[in-house]
Design a protein around this ligand. Structure first.
Ligand code: ATP
Ligand code: MG
Length: 265
């Protein structure tokens, strides 16, 4: 039996492999002690592999025998594994974009993997700014609001600036995120959440596009828990990636790349 744990900034991702069968679980990092209750028992007859920012802490506190694997390597190895398992047809050279609490970019070419960029714009931004813009505090509620909202009354578009004239570039592009906001209390929470998700999606795609050009690839694979039941973000990433000429893919169970990779490496 093998256990892989990816202890990130927000969520604990757990992969259990037994007789070729794989089980996935996740816990908020605040419920660490609850998860460690049953995991410590399971770990008595299993090989434990740890990765993520809190891996060393978990080793010290709960699993002294465990192997610690670097997050970057584990994530890429897990992604390669999941891509092979999936029916996705993906070029041999591509960029992996992990939208976790923060966002990381990796270049993968067969077995060669390299971390090439990072940004503080990510799932933590969605949660933090979301709690400021909305009365909701839970991830699923914020994601639902974002899906129901419309950013048209929040974001200033290129055509808004050039009106009544003709814009020199595509008019529906964003000229300035949140620039139409008048004051606190007049905009609906959903509309602001839609604008927030769009800003995150646009920023990630713009960074991806610059990086993809530099490393000469067009293929992007998006992973990370910020994509879970977050259709507004998925649609935004998909639409904007395609618009700039990238080919986006969303890897099923992609949030488990790190945990899975830790027991394969
Ligand atoms: P990092 O890799 O940056 O250290 P992490 O590994 O914890 O962080 P992920 O688990 O990939 O990151 O993603 C965390 C994000 O997933 C959160 O910031 C939030 O936007 C989103 N998320 C999805 N489901 C939940 C949930 N049930 N509770 C809290 N956040 C969630
Ligand atoms: Mg992570």
């Amino acid at each position: 039996k093998k256990i892989g744990i990816d202890a990130g900034g927000t969520l604990l991702k757990i992969v259990i492999e037994e007789k070729g069968k794989i089980t996935y679980k996740k816990y908020p990092i605040e419920k660490l002690d609850e998860a460690m209750g049953w995991l410590s028992i399971l770990a008595q007859q299993a090989e434990v592999n740890l990765t993520g920012g809190k891996a060393e802490y978990l080793k010290k506190r709960y699993f002294p025998q465990a192997r610690v694997v670097t997050e970057f390597k584990a994530t890429c190895v897990g992604a390669n594994y999941l891509i092979k398992q999936s029916r996705l047809q993906i070029a041999s050279k591509f960029m992996l974009v992990n939208i976790g609490t923060g966002t990381s970019w990796y270049l993968i070419e067969e077995e060669k993997t390299e971390r090439i960029l990072g940004s503080g714009i990510g799932g933590g931004t969605f949660m933090g700014l979301g709690k400021l813009l909305s009365s909701k505090v839970e991830y699923s509620q914020l994601a639902e609001q974002a899906m129901e909202g419309d950013r048209a009354s929040i974001d200033l578009l290129v055509k808004d600036i050039y009106h009544p004239g003709e814009p020199p570039i595509e008019g529906t592009l964003t000229a300035s995120n949140f620039a139409k906001v008048e004051k606190l209390g007049v905009h609906s929470e959903s509309d602001m959440m839609a604008a927030l998700v769009n800003m995150i999606a646009e920023t990630i795609v713009l960074l991806s596009n610059q990086t993809a050009t530099y490393y000469q690839t067009k293929v992007i694979v998006y992973i990370g828990s910020t994509l879970i039941e977050n259709p507004a973000l998925q649609v935004g990433l998909e639409r904007f990636s395609t618009l700039v000429g990238l080919t986006p893919h969303f890897l099923p169970d992609g949030e488990y790349c790190g945990a899975l990779g830790s027991l394969i490496v």
